[in-house]
Structure formats: C-alpha cells, structure tokens
Design a protein around this ligand. Structure first.
Ligand SMILES: Cc1cc2nc3c(=O)[nH]c(=O)nc-3n(C[C@H](O)[C@H](O)[C@H](O)COP(=O)(O)OP(=O)(O)OC[C@H]3O[C@@H](n4cnc5c(N)ncnc54)[C@H](O)[C@@H]3O)c2cc1C
Length: 393
C-alpha cells in the first residue's frame, strides 16, 4: 500500500514520522516536497526583532525526512482524487492508495498593490517570509521618527498573533533605545478586535493602552506607495480610502490555499480542504486526509495545532487501513498562540474550537511572563526539531 503526502512542512513531516512509526515496511510512504530546506517559521517573529539568525530556523529537508520515507523532490501541480492520482512537475503522475494533503498556505503578496516593488526598501518589511525577515530588523534599527504601521490581512492567516507580536517587540525596542517618543505606533486590521479570545484580548487591550499604541479596526490595506511612503486602506464601513504615511510598515498580506488545489474537488466553498474537523478525513474522498494550514478545520492555523492534529490523522489512517470505523475524534480545535509582548515577555494563549482557553500551566497564562518567553525562544524549537518532526511529541 502506498501513502503519498503532499508537502513536507510541519504537518507533512510530522505525519510521515508518525505513520512510519506505526506501520510496517510493507507500507510505502512518500513525501512530495520541492524545497531543499525545511523551516521553523515561528522563530521569524524573533528574528525580525534581532533575536537569533534566520539561518538557524532552517535545516536541509533531507535531514528532517524520517527514515524509510521517500522524498520526492518535486512540486505537485494537480490532484485528481477520482483517479487516486497526483501530478508533479517533473515526475508526472503518481498513484496513491491514501493521500495526505499538507502543502500549507499561500501568501498572496501581489494582492496588495505596490507591495512587491516596495518590499525591502524604505521601511517596508514582513516577517512572513524567510527571504524578507531580515528587513524587519534592519528597518527597526533605523527607525527614529514618524509612524510605524502594522497590518493584518482580510483572510485567514497562519499564526494570527504574528502581526501584533512584532509590534510589541518594536515598541519595546524603541522604548529601550530612547526613541519611543518620536514614533507613533499603530495596529490596523479589517477585524473588530485585537484578539478573538476574550481572556487574552483583555490583557492585550491593557498592554496597548499602557504602551500608547493606536488601533484602527475595520480597515483593510489595499495599496502601498513605496516611493512616497504612503499606505492606502479601505474603510470597510464607509468604503472610503484612507491614506496613512509611514516610516516603517510591517505588512501581512492576504493568504489562501495554494492555487494548484483550485480544481482538485477537494476544497469547500470557502476555498480550504474540506475535512471533518475532528478526524481530518476528507468529507467526500475517504482515502484523503488533510491537516495543517490548508485544511478547513475552523481553528487558528499554527504549528501548535498541528502537534495535536498529526497524531489523530496518523491514528485514523491506520484505522482506515484496518477497515475500522471507530476513528479518533478527540481533536477539539486546540491551538496555541505564543504572543510575544516584548523582549523577554510572552502571553501563552491556548484555546479550542469554542474559543475556550485550554491552558497547559497551572497559572494565569494571560499575564506576560518571562518563563513563557523562555519556552518559546529556547524550549519549543527543541520540541519541534527533536520531538514533533520525529513523531514523538
Ligand atoms: C512569522 C510566523 C510566525 C509564526 N509563529 C508561530 C508560533 O509562534 N507558533 C506556532 O505554532 N505557529 C506559528 N507559525 C505558523 C506555523 O509555522 C504554521 O502554521 C505551520 O508551519 C503550518 O504547517 P503546514 O505543514 O501546514 O505548512 P508549512 O509548514 O508551511 O509547509 C508546507 C510545505 O508544503 C510545501 N509545498 C507547497 N506547495 C507545494 C506543492 N505544490 N507541492 C508539494 N509541496 C508543496 C512547501 O514547500 C512547504 O514545505 C508562524 C508562522 C509565521 C510565518
């Protein structure tokens, strides 16, 4: 039997490792992944503020590929679930018995007019790419006056906290370097609040007030004029165009499922892979499973969510192989957003599908703590490389 996994990122490798640990060698497991490198993206937030180096966030894909899992270094361009086939750029058609779809999320940089041309010049930056993350740190060190803007997209995104995490780090940096009084800081978002879960929202609103950060909700970034350092937003209530000048702008563009899935018959009407939100089996194709950023499981898209999803997916695939219907349905939407609120401070938000906090530690996690920062900066990367990707944690 042949199991094919599309995407060798967080979800693909974790699932491959768990399947390899549970199935005997008669089951062939392959991962289709074009990239030479595998990235630990959560650290990019810290890199943007000058903590660590981006080179430390990547390893060669061949080093993270589990033993006795075949790596097909290729890009999937089409999936035909009616024929149990995927098509790749170089290898052509590959047949599968079971398919796991995990190609992550696509960042649509070109949906903000002028962004691509402006990126990396005159204060325009984003932590959402390995290629761009160093600009954030460069422009932060240069920032000494004017306005610093932080945007949030009008789409689902990976790590919904990351657009504001970098803002708190920038604010803290400016204060520590005696430049805060010369810089206005503003968070803009098409949404209506700084965070979706009441408990953490309250703490974040308090921080925003205490640190004199401005917020502007229900506006959406449409265009950047990099030459004149202006950003144009649409007011979602009045439809008016709002112009803001900036010295520094951290942009998070809209995101979607990757384009190659558009005609695959696997997406729901909102454009994400249509799975049962507890079992991750596809709603129409029983031999297809999907997890991670690309699935329509209605939780915040994070690596932490995948840590809890992957064991469920692997167990259910084994049950499917054994023709058992008692699938594991335990996944409750668990996700975690470690909101860095400054150098050495972090709120560890953990919650489920209902927005109910489900916290790991026996203290109030809505308070910024050094211990939780230490967890993010020093413990979680180890858990990732040595636990999750090995199918152990
Ligand atoms: C700035 C930032 C901060 C973050 N902070 C946190 C955090 O603090 N905590 C947390 O838990 N999460 C965080 N995340 C989110 C986390 O990194 C993602 O949710 C997670 O990596 C998603 O895993 P995935 O496997 O779905 O996608 P990815 O890990 O992105 O992997 C997708 C893989 O699919 C491959 N692929 C794409 N297209 C194709 C194709 N056509 N064919 C084959 N392969 C393909 C890609 O090359 C990639 O390797 C952060 C992300 C960013 C960008």
């Amino acid at each position: 039997m042949n199991i094919v996994i599309v995407g060798g990122g967080t979800a693909g490798i974790t699932t491959a490792a768990r399947l390899r640990n549970s199935l005997d060698k008669s089951f062939e497991i392959s991962v289709i992944e074009p990239s030479k490198y595998h990235y630990y993206q959560p650290y990019w937030t810290l890199n943007g503020a000058g903590i660590g180096t981006k080179e430390e966030t990547r390893k060669l894909t061949k080093e993270v590929m589990p033993h006795q899992v075949s790596w097909i270094q290729d890009r999937c361009i089409k999936i035909n679930p009616d024929k149990n086939e995927v098509e790749c750029e170089k290898e052509g058609i590959i047949k599968y018995d079971i398919l796991v779809v995990a190609p992550g999320i696509q960042i649509n940089w070109d949906q903000i007019k002028g962004l691509k041309e402006a990126m990396g010049k005159d204060g325009v930056c984003s932590n959402y790419s390995y290629e761009y993350v160093d600009y954030t740190w460069k422009f932060l060190q240069e920032l000494d006056h004017g306005s610093a803007l932080f945007t949030f997209p009008n789409s689902p995104l990976k790590c919904g906290g990351a657009p504001q995490k970098i803002m708190y780090l920038v604010e803290d940096y400016l204060r520590k370097h005696g430049k805060r009084n010369n810089v206005e800081i503003e968070f803009t978002s098409p949404g209506q609040a700084i965070f979706g879960v009441e408990k953490y929202k309250k703490s974040l609103e308090k921080i925003i007030k205490e640190r004199d950060i401005k917020t502007h909700f229900q506006i959406n970034l449409e265009r950047i004029d990099g030459i004149n350092k202006k950003a144009f937003f649409r007011d979602l209530q009045t439809n008016q165009l709002i112009e803001k000048e900036y010295s520094f702008i951290h942009v998070v563009p809209p995101m979607s499922a990757p384009d190659f899935l558009i005609n695959s018959k696997l997406l729901d009407e909102t454009g994400w892979i249509d799975v049962d939100k507890h079992t991750f089996q596809h709603q129409k194709y029983q031999n297809v499973f999907s997890l991670g950023d690309v699935s329509n499981a209605p939780t915040a898209k994070t690596g932490a969510a995948i840590r809890k999803q992957a064991p469920v997916v692997a167990e259910n695939i084994v049950k499917f192989i054994n023709k058992r219907s008692d699938f594991n349905r335990e996944y409750n939407g668990y996700t975690s957003c470690p909101i860095v609120t400054g150098y050495g401070q972090l709120i560890l938000a953990e919650f489920d599908y209902d927005g109910k906090p489900c916290e790991t530690f026996p203290f109030d996690q809505s308070k910024p703590r050094w211990s939780m920062y230490f967890l993010k900066a020093h413990i979680l990367p180890l858990v990732y490389w040595h636990g999750m990707l090995k199918g152990r944690m």
